[in-house]
Design a protein. Structure first.
Length: 345
């Protein structure tokens, strides 16, 4: 197929682009190149004849209409989004503008293109979302596809709104839509403002490793390459109108995850003292959700997908990649907000 991927220069988006090209699909990568975009993530595929890059903003009606008309995609994988919770606390309007208005603009462009093509049943608009739209779990239970939405941050609220728009365009206009909600991703090319890269890079710089609150918040961790495989599985095998939860079946408290990363660094880049001695507890994030956990039974039973990389193996691959690729992350250190505490009330 020819896939139109939005946000393909981002962390998850670039993994999807690389994976799709490896599977033989053609890819049109649409990215506005915001602070978190890195075209270097795609250096190994940038010269392939089956890959095209379009520097464009999903909020630009004319640009989206042109791109659909010019490239005639068979499907859309919509990953472009503002995604950092801390930044959403500081600047919620940016998240509303990109995640809500941007998704609306893209939906309208996709709908017009789809109708001009005769409304083919094979077309797909796959919207990639997050488990954070479901809010916060207690000590037990799992998010399912029917869990009521209860977002607690400006980021998750903006993603919940975009999910609802996608569903509405499917119900009202018949656009063949899919929605997937994933757990926390990690892996190579993860932008340096997120937890695992922060731990790795703070440790390597011999700086305090910040842990919010008591580090008791629990997340389900999904290796990014597993997620890319899952997204293409949903796109090619999923039933239009359905939503699919994608998780790694790998719950961990933040503090335990930080200790795992420190232990790997002690092994792979040893110093006189353990990196864990750098762990520093800091003021918690406002409205910090206690626990996320994904029930993956639908995607396993209906589509035959399940994660293949354990948390232990994925963390080892991730730490090793950062140690082996300092030029990638060093080039990002001066980008806006990196190394600063964001997201205070």
């Amino acid at each position: 197929m020819k896939l139109l991927v939005t946000g393909g220069a981002g962390f998850i988006g670039s993994a999807v682009v690389r994976h799709a090209l490896a599977q033989g699909h053609a890819v049109v990568n649409v990215d506005a190149l915001t602070y978190a975009s890195c075209l270097s993530n795609l250096a190994k595929v940038a010269t392939l004849p089956s890959y095209v890059f379009e520097h464009a903003d999903i909020r630009d009606d004319a640009a989206m209409a042109r791109i659909f008309a010019e490239h005639a995609p068979d499907a859309v994988l919509h990953l472009a989004a503002e995604s950092h919770v801390d930044r959403s606390i500081d600047s919620p309007g940016v998240f509303i503008d990109t995640n809500v208005r941007g998704t609306y603009t893209l939906l309208q462009a996709a709908r017009a293109y789809w109708q001009d093509q005769g409304s083919p049943e094979t077309f797909r608009f796959h919207h990639v979302s997050t488990d954070e739209v479901f809010g916060s779990l207690g000590a037990e239970g799992l998010f399912t596809e029917t869990t009521p939405y209860a977002p607690n941050s400006p980021y998750s609220a903006s993603k919940a709104a975009s999910d609802h728009l996608v569903r509405a365009w499917g119900e009202t206009f018949g656009l063949p839509v899919l929605i997937s909600n994933c757990s926390n991703n990690y892996g190579p090319y993860h932008f340096p403002e997120k937890l695992i890269p922060v731990v790795i890079l703070s440790a390597l710089a011999d700086k305090p490793i910040p842990v919010y609150g008591a580090g008791a918040n629990v997340r389900d961790w999904l290796y990014v390459e597993d997620h890319a495989e899952a997204l293409l599985t949903v796109l090619t095998k999923g039933v239009a109108g359905r939503s699919y939860n994608i998780g790694g079946n790998a719950e961990a408290r933040n503090i335990d995850l930080v200790h795992q990363v420190c232990t790997l660094l002690d092994e792979l880049r040893p110093k006189e003292r353990s990196y864990a001695e750098l762990i520093t507890f800091v003021e918690d994030r406002p409205g910090h959700d206690a626990r996320y956990a994904i029930d993956t039974r639908r995607i396993q039973k209906e589509l035959g997908w399940q994660p293949s990389v354990t948390l232990e193996e994925g963390l080892r691959r991730t730490v090793t990649w950062y140690l082996d690729n300092p030029a990638w992350w060093q080039a990002l250190q001066n980008r806006d907000g990196i190394g600063k505490r964001l997201g205070r009330r």
